[in-house]
Design a binder for this molecule. Structure first.
Ligand SMILES: [Zn+2]
Length: 263
């Protein structure tokens, strides 16, 4: 039996018995774990706040080989991010981030990258007015961690160049009509190669240019500012991309979409 001490972000919580709950949490050091938090449903025990979604706790737990659940020996609340649970839109964003991470395998050695990414996104969400751009940056970094960043340089079908030199060093999309992000081929189809296909989504040139700028720098302060329409198109295109990668729909995304783009 091993005893492990680490920080963990609560991704999922499930009622268990009368007063307890089962927490699934992403740790900084050893991937995702699940375990029973005694008194997790009881306000009197002082443990209810540690069983809220998206909080960060310091955990001490023991683990037996081949057991599904770890045994939580100590749990101490570190960060609780109350604004996320008070604001429906922020809640839906955080819910989407955690669903993405619940879907994938997270090897212990990469744990810290995923932990830092989620922690940063949740803390930004907690402090900002809107989550749409935070979500896009989160998705870009996740694509990188998954090793499935789309090819944005040349057409994945005909291999032709998608960019031309503008004044100075900046690149502009070659065509002024829509392109497609093709999840199956892992990149962009030029306007001549667009097809009707459930794993492809349209991107106007402006959205593509913003996408490339942000993917290249992975910084939120890259020169090109997105319009609402850029972010909306990219929301749909990246959703199609993740859906293809996971092979299933993500429930949290339909709720988020309804809430984000109501007209
Ligand atoms: Zn093409």
């Amino acid at each position: 039996m091993k005893i492990i001490e680490t920080e963990g972000i609560v991704l999922k919580t499930m009622d268990f018995k009368e007063k307890d709950c089962i927490l699934t949490f992403l740790t900084r050091d050893v991937g995702k774990k699940s375990g029973v938090l005694h008194g997790g449903k009881s306000v009197r025990s002082g443990n209810a706040a540690k069983a809220e979604l998206f909080v960060i706790n310091h955990f001490e737990f023991s683990e037996k080989q081949d057991a599904d659940l770890v045994r939580i020996r100590k749990c101490e609340l570190l960060e609780s991010y109350p604004p996320i649970r008070r604001n429906y839109s922020k809640f839906l964003h955080a819910n989407y981030f955690t669903e993405l991470l619940l879907q994938c395998e997270i090897p212990a050695v990469e744990s810290q990258d995923y932990f830092d990414l989620l922690k940063q996104a949740i803390s930004q969400l907690s402090n900002s007015k809107t989550g749409i751009e935070i979500k896009f940056n989160f998705e870009l970094q996740l694509l990188k961690l998954f090793g499935i960043q789309p090819n944005l340089e040349s057409c994945v079908q005909c291999n032709s160049d998608l960019w031309q030199k503008k004044s100075g060093r900046s690149l502009a999309p070659k065509f002024s009509v829509p392109y497609q992000l093709d999840a199956g081929l892992g990149g962009i189809r030029c306007p001549n190669c667009c097809i009707r296909n459930s794993s492809s989504a349209y991107l106007h040139p402006g959205s593509l240019a913003f996408f490339r700028g942000r993917q290249t720098s992975l910084q939120s302060d890259s020169a090109i500012r997105p319009t609402q329409n850029n972010l909306k198109e990219l929301d749909q295109a990246l959703y199609v991309y993740f859906r293809h990668f996971f092979g299933r729909d993500l429930k949290s995304h339909s709720l988020l979409k309804e809430n984000s783009w109501k007209s």
